[in-house]
Design a protein around this ligand. Structure first.
Ligand SMILES: *[C@@H]1O[C@H](CO)[C@@H](O)[C@H](O)[C@H]1NC(C)=O
Ligand SMILES: *[C@@H]1O[C@H](CO)[C@@H](O)[C@H](O)[C@H]1NC(C)=O
Ligand SMILES: *[C@@H]1O[C@H](CO)[C@@H](O)[C@H](O)[C@H]1NC(C)=O
Ligand SMILES: *[C@@H]1O[C@H](CO)[C@@H](O)[C@H](O)[C@H]1NC(C)=O
Length: 116
């Protein structure tokens, strides 16, 4: 039991460390896109920037259950942010994702959220 827990922790760490692009959940055929956005922030020298996005946005509402979130790094050279799903996500009607840039690099990502 302890071994299994440790393996899971290791996998979780590996997943976070590699996440220039991230995926949570799986879309299925009848899902619709409820969010499709690009966000870009210029680099700030020697600084790590922390950026969040929420589903739904604060001035909107959402009653559909999220099935998948695809976050795609547009740098495509492993310089993208480290992404963490803070709460919600697949199975919920809301989600909050944190993106942490690498030091001295900006951010250019697209994210697509599927729901049904
Ligand atoms: C998708 O929608 C079609 C038509 O409404 C339905 O026949 C099918 O069972 C649905 N598929 C899934 C996986 O829900
Ligand atoms: C909601 O807020 C976003 C960001 O502030 C803005 O771009 C968008 O137009 C707003 N949508 C509505 C329906 O007011
Ligand atoms: C973000 O990446 C896309 C695709 O690589 C590129 O076309 C776009 O100009 C970039 N945007 C910014 C603000 O760097
Ligand atoms: C990756 O691409 C971005 C945008 O083109 C650039 O700012 C960054 O320096 C690149 N990183 C590396 C390690 O080449």
């Amino acid at each position: 039991m302890k071994v299994i827990v440790q393996v899971c922790v290791l996998l979780a760490i590996a997943a976070v460390a590699y996440s220039a692009s991230s995926t949570w959940g799986v879309r299925s055929v009848n899902d619709t896109i409820i969010v499709n956005k690009r966000v870009a922030y210029p680099a700030v020298r020697n600084a790590v920037q922390t950026v969040y996005f929420d589903v739904p946005e604060s001035n909107q509402s959402n009653s559909k259950v999220i099935s998948a979130i695809y976050l795609q790094d547009q740098f495509q050279n492993s310089s993208g942010p480290t992404n963490t799903l803070l709460y919600g996500g697949p199975g919920w009607t809301y989600a909050s994702v944190q993106m942490k840039t690498q030091t001295g690099l900006g951010l250019n990502v697209t994210y697509v959220v599927y729901a049904n």
